[in-house]
Design a protein around this ligand. Structure first.
Ligand SMILES: [Fe+2]
Length: 232
């Protein structure tokens, strides 16, 4: 990052303005070199026994990293194709961008959607989100059941979501295939549960419903609520 290096060289320290800029860029997982893997907000083993540290480490440092790397490579190719005014290549790159960019977007939400029990993981939602869930689904338990059924029914790899239709102010349970982000269905993602085998297989083997039943113990409803309140 040229600006930061220049500032460090000139002053030996980072000014508060530069620190804000750095923090802003980290928040969006970007740098001058492209998109970067965001830090997990907890230790790899902090979600045990619900999700093992081994799964979390592989999932974050290998799988999510691969999406980030793939996204950066696709964006470089896109820039190159655009500089050559090559629309055919630009269109061809869209599926690669959707898959890797979607993987980056989805996992960045997923890590924040979870929290260790000692940090509030599993504590039920409160306030406006709790009211909206009761209104739409009848109860939190009904919402969980709907998401568990939806997630178990995803064929192959994908995600099950609690999303918000911003125009109708309506909560909706939806699934997406592969790494399609929820925004491709016109919904704001509030809570996403990764049902790719890489998210659970080492611990739950082929029993995806057990993973879907247990994950509620570490859902960070405070994070889900804050996403809801930004748009509702
Ligand atoms: Fe994943």
């Amino acid at each position: 990052m040229a600006t930061m290096v220049a500032l460090r060289k000139s002053t030996g320290t980072i000014s508060s303005g530069a620190r804000s800029l750095l923090s802003f860029q980290r928040g969006f997982g970007t740098s001058d070199h492209g998109y970067t893997l965001p830090d997990l907000p907890y230790e790899y083993g902090a979600l045990e026994p619900v999700i093992s540290g081994e799964i979390m480490q592989l999932h974050h440092s290998k799988h999510h990293q691969a999406y980030v790397t793939g996204f950066n490579q696709a964006m470089e190719k896109l820039q190159e194709a655009h500089s050559k005014r090559d629309p055919q290549t630009i269109v061809q790159l869209q599926s690669l961008i959707k898959f890797n960019g979607g993987g980056h977007v989805n996992h960045s939400i997923f890590w924040q959607n979870l929290a260790p029990v000692k940090e509030g993981g599993g504590a039920p939602p409160e306030g406006s989100l709790a009211s909206a869930i009761d209104k739409e689904f009848g109860s939190l338990e009904n919402l969980k059941a709907k998401m568990m059924t939806g997630g178990a029914g995803v064929q192959g790899s994908g995600w099950v979501w609690l999303g918000l239709n911003k125009d109708l102010k309506k909560l909706i349970v939806e699934t997406t295939a592969n790494q399609d982000p929820l925004i491709t269905k016109g919904l704001i993602p509030l809570l996403g549960i990764d049902v790719w085998e890489h998210a659970y297989y080492l611990q739950y083997k082929n029993v995806r419903p057990d993973y879907l039943k247990n994950i509620w113990k570490v859902v960070n409803w405070k994070d889900v609520s804050s996403r809801y309140e930004k748009h509702a």
